[in-house]
Design a protein around this ligand. Sequence first.
Ligand SMILES: [Cu+2]
Length: 126
Amino acid sequence: MRRFPLPSAGTLLAPMLALSLVALLSAAIRADDAPVAISASAETFAFTPDKIVAHARVPLTIELTLTAGVHGIASDELGIPTTLIRPHRPVMVSFTPKTTGDVVVHCAFVCGIGHDGMAFTVHVEP
Ligand SMILES: [Cu+2]
């Protein structure tokens, strides 16, 4: 019977150590770039918070959540494509503001009687 040599402990541990290190570094990167959480309400027709801060030329990710109804966001100025938000399905949207100033992001889905006033502001600092 032919026998295959067993790998040494070092041969097995090195890739595992490398993978662990990559996982740790990924976690650290995620913590620094944690998405800004925004919730949309079908009851009050509001985004909470209604104002967030971003920085020009720095990517930002927002996580949109919703418990009822359907809403959406879109912004040509910020480069956010029309994105629908559905109940219990968080949506991550990433964008990179190009210029400073305030950008009002309106709800992009005709969601009901309060739709016209439903918006949040992205305050873009240098
Ligand atoms: Cu709406």
